[in-house]
Write a protein that binds this ligand. Structure first.
Ligand code: AMP
Ligand code: MN
Ligand code: MN
Ligand code: MN
Length: 282
């Protein structure tokens, strides 16, 4: 069992890096990538826990990107968490997130919802502030019944808590990942509001910039989308990745250890990773 996309409370997950690794191990995962949003600070703790629980940890990150006015996520796998360029760029992204969170709170205030910045910050503790932290506050205050509906009502484009934020460019994200020794993976392509023409443009550009793979099997895709994105991967000679995008109980699209196999026409992104192929992942 290979799971190459997950979150700890270093970003918007519920479990600490060590707890997440333990959770993965008890759910049958043998290879886990921790891919926190815009932060690599959980990897050292996760690595220690991985040794303890006998699973392989892949150093990962999920970088937010703005491409043609849309937000995309690029996962970096096998990155070097000590890379100075990567670390300093991510630190800047995290600072900008703080400003964004203040603006989100202002928007919610105008809609009559007080105290969201303080509450989201309390949920986030020392971590970055994400829309997920605001979602948790809004659900707790019963502004919506669950995370999914709270996003729809308050946190997406056109809604009071949404802020049009400029993330880093696709080129910068791919370069940071590649220059730190990693491979760039386009996360959950089926989740973006992109029509076919733009999807083709995006995949072309992503590959030209040095992107390696796209997520085919992910907690964010439906089974028909596994087939659809396997075809896109094949069309562009891109490899395929798989990951649950686990965030924690109640706020995840998928539990760990439940990922179906990649469609047979895919080349796995880990195909030439000796350290993974050395272990029996079945
Ligand atoms: P941010 O990076 O601050 O914009 O927060 C985005 C995070 O919110 C994503 O990584 C997901 O964890 C979560 N998220 C985004 N859209 C949804 C949604 N529709 N339902 C549930 N969670 C979502
Ligand atoms: Mn998230
Ligand atoms: Mn994502
Ligand atoms: Mn994610």
């Amino acid at each position: 069992m290979i799971d190459l996309h997950s979150h700890s409370n270093i970003s918007d997950g519920l479990l600490s890096p060590a707890e997440l690794v333990e959770h993965a191990a008890t759910h049958g995962v043998r290879v886990l990538a921790l891919t926190d949003h815009d932060d690599v600070d959980g990897l050292a703790e996760a690595r220690q826990a991985a040794t303890l629980h006998g699973i392989q940890l892949v150093n990962g990150v999920e970088i937010s990107v703005t491409w043609k006015k849309r937000t995309l996520h690029i996962v970096g796998l096998n990155i070097n968490p000590e890379d100075r360029g990567l670390k300093s760029s991510l630190a800047r992204v995290r600072e900008n997130r703080l400003e964004r969170a203040k603006l989100m709170a202002l928007g919610l205030e105008k809609a009559g919802i007080q105290g969201s910045f303080e509450a989201a910050s309390a949920y986030a503790e020392q971590s970055i502030l994400t829309r997920m932290h605001f979602a948790r506050f809004l659900v707790e205050r019963q502004y919506a019944k669950d995370t999914k509906s709270v996003f729809k009502k308050y946190l997406v484009k056109g809604k009071p808590g949404f802020v049009d934020h400029e993330w880093m460019s696709l080129e910068s994200a791919v370069n940071l990942i590649v220059n730190s020794g990693g491979v760039a993976v386009l996360a959950h392509p089926g989740r973006y509001d992109i029509r076919r023409t733009n999807m083709l443009l995006l995949l072309e550009e992503f590959r030209a910039l040095g992107g390696t793979a796209i997520e085919v099997v992910t907690g964010s895709h439906t089974p028909p989308q596994y087939v659809e994105y396997a075809k896109y991967a094949q069309l562009f000679g891109l490899k395929a990745s798989q990951g649950s995008d686990y965030h924690g109980k109640g706020i995840s699209f998928m539990e760990m250890g439940r990922l179906p196999a990649l469609p047979s026409n895919c080349t796995p992104v880990w195909q030439d990773w000796a350290h993974i192929n050395a272990i029996d992942v079945n």
